[in-house]
Design a binder for this molecule. Structure first.
Ligand SMILES: Nc1ncnc2c1ncn2[C@@H]1O[C@H](COP(=O)(O)OP(=O)(O)O)[C@@H](O)[C@H]1O
Ligand SMILES: CC(C)(COP(=O)(O)O)[C@@H](O)C(=O)NCCC(=O)O
Ligand SMILES: [Mn+2]
Length: 809
């Protein structure tokens, strides 16, 4: 067993079977001096330079940092798109723990109670892309934001440069008309120069990047139904990009950097907002959009039926309910503006402009024989009615030949494009799986503390607590997606325990639209959150070391979500499971932090925030993009982490590891008494039997109460009857033991992907690893880098293995 801790032993970190190729040994693909930096290019701007990288390690340091000798602190990380209506910001922040975050790491280390040792570390390289927007007329708020986050100073908050000397040379990439208009203001207020990038170049670069790099970025929206489309990056071009900002640009895109602006219209987002404001006195765009949801446009629009005495004009295919003339009814001399409902005006206007844009887009697609049209720009605003109207126009006029698609990062194309124009960050080289979208889960992660007493006794009956969470969830639901407001709301809520007014999702309205073909979509998917910053666009986490395991039979087909939650029944089932499991999880999380008052408060806040997300998903399954089970579970872990629960199952894992380690020597004796063939079968049966110890499964949790670990393990092992559901044992046996005289050399290296703590790793996987090591095979244990339920993490493995080795005499 001492073999297990020999130098060859490596531990890799994985997130759902995507492997971080990091840590020591041969896994450090991205850091090896030999491979150098694949994203290194010569340019004036610095980037994440991984050439000559090495792991810094000394005996006491369990978390040695990765030294990037060629890495400047000054990562290019902010770009702007200053449009006629809105300023869009895209900025990059490095992952915590990479630079000056050692303090946090120390406390994490202390909290986990980890011992010393000369072990390899698993730092997370990379960073996050954030998306924020401001109204152009409130540019000062934007300047304040940039200043408060020190985004204009190259290295962000952790910048070494503390005064303005370095800033005088700072350059920020900027696009949109405002890059010209406000250049002096930026120089004056922040001391930075705006490096102007062409708006069309940026729109195209942003769209191409998103469509290639983000899974399920594009979707269709027809009659209230959103469907994500997976675009094949090799079959993307040509397409028509329609950016609906203040005005509308239509661009035929033939490749990266290959495009032509073929058309445009001055009837765009600014027209809807401007005319709408004049006609309805609305104070904000969202208010105007919200009004439209309660509108009935048949009081404003002149329908075919109004002209034809209620009849269809079927000869040319027009039904009585088709709009013949937008706003045509308002010619009536008997009525003035105040006699019309603002709701109806807003809907009529929205429909007129959306339909017109859809129609012009189609005509241009026809002109250039383009089948796919992507619509971006903040006019879309993820609004169901807008998207349905555009889709309807495209579909109707093209007879189904062309398809309208929308983008989740709709309004950020230009800003992303400007961001990409920094030559050296190498973002464009990234593969699909290296960007992982994460959503702020509601914790006051800006550094604010959760104040006040825990709300309610955590030992209350589960059902009561479920109900309580549900009520809070409904309240919280009103504000999810609105990060900045959410934080202050959450803090206030926890301080006072009273309801604070928050933006309310709009109620469903159904009615005639005169659109000729479909009704006003229900509020499903159309709820507006009056945020100026967040939409439902998550932060894109850039994880340059996250790779799909290359030795999978077909890595391209790898899909971490084993269950697709697109089926409403499946979704309801899982949301219910997670909801029911919540009180139990909170108890464990609180216990893992010593059951302190602070932990209880955080536990309570976590439960409310997570319930709110569940409720939101129940209402709108695609609120956060395409959803699979793995995403849902990851969301829960993210949420726990945001509420500072570093490892909710820590004490359970410890207990189970100890219990399993205590019986491991007996198991070794039992295994060693067997002949080779029986032992091999018993080992594999053991792997299968031990894997049932999973706290994610209700049935298993019930089982735990019925016996000791070794009893349950033996019972399960004895119950194994071949053939198993997936049974390759005969092939495996032949490879391991050979047939007759034919013996094969041992495997050179085996990667064991390990799952749960306790019996699974100790009684299942380690005996198998030991067997392989005895045969001279190098063994690599591959585990999650971050805790998830009772999963064993890469960081925990060395201690477990060391303990196990003690029992192998
Ligand atoms: N919070 C908001 N304030 C103003 N306009 C908004 C808002 N949200 C969406 N819009 C719509 O988006 C349009 C601006 O879209 P955008 O793509 O940012 O264009 P621009 O680059 O011209 O600012 C506005 O004209 C309006 O129709
Ligand atoms: C001038 C613009 C490129 C500016 O971009 P915006 O701020 O609207 O995003 C755009 O408003 C536009 O394309 N307008 C339409 C002009 C026309 O083709 O008639
Ligand atoms: Mn724009």
């Amino acid at each position: 067993m001492a073999d297990l801790i020999q130098e060859e032993q490596q531990v890799l970190g994985i997130d759902d079977k995507r492997v971080h190729l990091e840590g020591g040994g041969g896994g450090e693909k991205d850091m090896s001096p030999a491979t150098g930096s694949s994203i290194h290019r010569s340019s004036s701007r610095p980037q994440l330079d991984v050439s000559k990288a090495e792991i810094q390690s000394n005996v006491e340091d369990k978390y040695p940092t990765i030294l990037l000798p060629n890495q400047s602190d000054d990562l290019s990380h902010l770009a702007l798109d200053i449009g006629g209506s809105l300023i869009k910001l895209v900025y990059f922040s490095r992952h915590e723990g990479q630079s000056d975050d050692d303090k946090r790491k120390k406390t994490l280390k202390e909290r986990l109670g980890l011992s010393n040792g000369n072990r390899r570390s698993f730092p997370i390289l990379g960073g996050r892309l954030h998306f924020v927007k401001f109204e152009t007329r409130k540019i000062n708020e934007c300047l304040d934001f940039i200043h408060s986050k020190q985004l204009h100073r190259g290295g962000g908050l952790e910048s070494r440069y503390s005064d303005s000397v370095a800033d005088q040379n700072a350059i920020i990439k900027a696009t949109g008309g405002g890059a010209y208009k406000y250049a002096d203001l930026f120089k004056e207020r922040l001391g930075v120069s705006l490096d102007k990038e062409d708006e069309m170049d940026c729109l195209v670069a942003g769209a191409n990047f998103l469509l290639k790099a983000i899974r399920h970025e594009a979707f269709t929206h027809m009659e209230g139904q959103k469907e994500f489309v997976q675009i094949d990056p090799n079959d993307l071009f040509p397409y028509l990009l329609v950016n609906v900002g203040s005005g509308v640009s239509m661009i035929k895109v033939d490749g990266d950097g290959k495009f032509e602006r073929v058309s445009g219209t001055n009837v765009g987002g600014g027209t809807y907002w401007g005319l709408g404001r004049l006609l309805t006195k609305c104070k904000s765009f969202d208010e105007l959009l919200e009004l439209s949801q309660k509108g009935d446009n048949s009081t404003i629009d002149m329908l075919v039926g109004d002209i034809y005495g209620g009849l269809d004009y079927s000869k040319i295919g027009l039904s009585a309910s088709t709009i013949a003339s937008s706003f045509g009814k308002t010619i009536s001399e008997k009525k003035e503006l105040e006699n019309y409902r603002p709701e109806d005006i807003s809907l009529s206007l929205l429909r007129m402009i959306s339909y017109n844009i859809g129609q012009i887009a189609y005509l241009n697609a026809l002109r250039f024989k383009l089948k796919r049209i992507f619509f971006g720009g903040f006019f879309i605003r993820g609004h169901a009615y807008t998207m349905d109207t555009i889709s309807f126009a495209v579909q109707y006029w093209s007879n189904g030949g062309a398809q309208a698609m929308f983008l989740r990062h709709e309004g950020f194309l230009g800003a992303l494009g400007a961001f990409m124009s920094y030559e050296k960050h190498g973002l464009d080289d990234l593969m699909v799986h290296q960007l992982v979208e994460r959503f702020p889960m509601g914790a006051p992660y800006t550094g604010g503390k959760i104040h006040g007493p825990p709300l309610g006794d955590l030992n209350e009956k589960a059902s009561h607590r479920n109900l309580k969470y549900l009520i809070y969830a409904v309240k919280l639901l009103k504000i999810i997606g609105c990060v900045l407001e959410l934080i202050s709301w959450m803090e206030k809520f926890l301080q006072k325990g009273t309801e604070i007014t928050a933006p309310v999702p709009m109620t469903p309205v159904a009615g005639t639209t005169g659109l000729g073909g479909f009704e006003v979509p229900l509020s499903k998917g159309s709820a507006l959150r009056s945020d100026a910053s967040a939409l439902n666009v998550g932060v894109l986490h850039l994880v340059p070391t996250l790779e799909v395991f290359p030795l999978l039979a077909d890595p391209k087909l790898y899909e971490p979500n084993t269950i697709d939650l697109a089926d409403p029944k499946e979704l309801e089932y899982w949301l219910t499971i997670l909801s029911e499991h919540l009180p139990d999880l909170v108890d464990k999380a609180v216990a893992s932090e010593g059951g302190t008052d602070d932990a209880k408060r955080r536990g309570d806040a976590f439960a409310r925030a997570f319930s709110a997300h569940l409720a939101r998903l129940m209402e709108e399954p695609s609120a956060y993009g395409k959803l699979g089970l793995a995403n849902l579970l990851e969301m829960r872990e993210e949420c726990l982490r945001e509420f500072q629960f570093v490892d909710a199952y820590r004490s359970i894992k410890q207990r189970e590891n100890e219990a399993s380690l205590a019986v491991l020597p007996d198991l070794f004796v039992e295994l060693d008494s067997m002949d080779e063939e029986t032992r091999l079968l018993t080992l594999i049966e053991g792997v299968l039997a031990a894997n049932i110890f999973d706290w994610g499964s209700r049935a298993c949790v019930d089982l735990y109460h019925k016996g000791t670990i070794i009893e349950i393990y033996r019972m399960s092992r004895n119950k194994m009857r071949r053939p198993w559901r997936v049974d390759d044992f005969d092939v495996f046996k032949e490879r391991m033991l050979g047939t007759g005289d034919k013996k094969l050399p041992p495997h050179r290296r085996a990667l064991l992907f390990v799952d749960n703590s306790g019996a699974d790793i100790v009684l299942g996987m380690l005996p198998l690893a030991r067997e392989l090591l005895r045969r001279g095979t190098e063994v690599v244990l591959v585990a999650n880098s971050l805790p998830a339920l009772n999963d064993v993490t890469a960081m925990e493995l060395p201690d477990i293995v060391a303990e196990a080795a003690k029992g192998d005499l």
